[in-house]
Design a protein around this ligand. Sequence first.
Ligand code: UD1
Length: 363
Amino acid sequence: MKIIHLITAARPNMMKIAPLWHAFNQSGFLKPVLVHTGQHYDANMSDIFLQQLGLPVPDVQFNVGGGSHNFQHAKVIEKYDALCEEQSPDLTLVVGDVNATASCALAAKKRLLPVAHMEAGLRSFDRTMPEEINRLVTDSIADIHWAPSPIEMELLARENIRGPHVRMVGNIMIDALVKMLPAIEADATCQSMSLAKGSFAVATMHRPVNVDDETQLGKIVDALLWMAKELKVVFPVHPRTRQKLQATKLLDKLEKNSNIHLLEPLGYVQFINLVMNARCVVTDSGGIQEETSYLGVPCLTLRESTERPVTVSLGTNQLVKLDDVQKVLPGVLSAQTKPANIPLWDGKTAGRVCEHLKEFFGL
Ligand code: UD1
């Protein structure tokens, strides 16, 4: 059995790790070891995702908690280095672009262990984003690169990252979505909030560039208040955003509006139940741009750049400046969007990964 360390740290890692863990566990030749760094630690940012996605209690937990990015990197490198020394896995598998992705890739490579990066080749070309630095660091040292679509293969080639272990395997998040769809469709979140299909927008916001600056956050609040004149806005609030809204008193403005429903962060099933029934989504997340494309729900991404350009070229997602929300919303509300059909975003990515690993290990 080949021992694979599957690294998870934050909420958006869970739906990428889950399909891999299940496929490896059933493969007969791969033994997944789930390593949780603890960057996200609240029950509704971590435990609920593990439970809903059928993952076990992590085999190893570092409990690093919050802190500055460099604090997180340093702690995770120190702890993961010790784990590598103790267990010497056959492969370290990192996903996405959170801090632990880069930290664990680096620690493993310093111990000459092979590293695989799931979601390789994504680039926003904005080096002020911590995630862009994490993506660049990880891709530059990984041994295996798994890209979701042809654009990322092209971007990797431009950085001279090529060879037999650079592969387009599809979108692993869509594996989780496909598997969970029956539970998501059966879920009663919309019903319990009396939200009719297509009658509301879902909002999520957590990027430092959007929420850490009071002026910027004020513009977001104004955009949501403006949207709330047209339709209900359901807003599960990320802990970082809640802290900032509270500190700036902007929370009051949102709470006073009867068309805005502020919620605590939701589990995966509940959140996607809202998204699939929404008229549109307004977000600054990465993964939600892809989930909405797959589901055919119009997405307004309040960012200047995206590392997921395929969602824009498909027409399901558009990048919108904060001042332009009023301008684009009427078009979004009248548009008809269809679920996007992207090759290899088919729920079978984890299976392709297993096949590749068989080859990689010469089995
Ligand atoms: C991280 C990822 C980001 C991802 C996001 C999803 C990096 C660089 N960023 O950003 O790519 O889109 O997760 O959520 O890795 N907090 C809690 N409870 C928790 C988790 C966080 O209270 O369970 C607080 C932290 O203490 C901190 C703030 O929320 O004050 C931000 O958390 P942090 O993990 O640093 O970054 P995210 O903004 O979540």
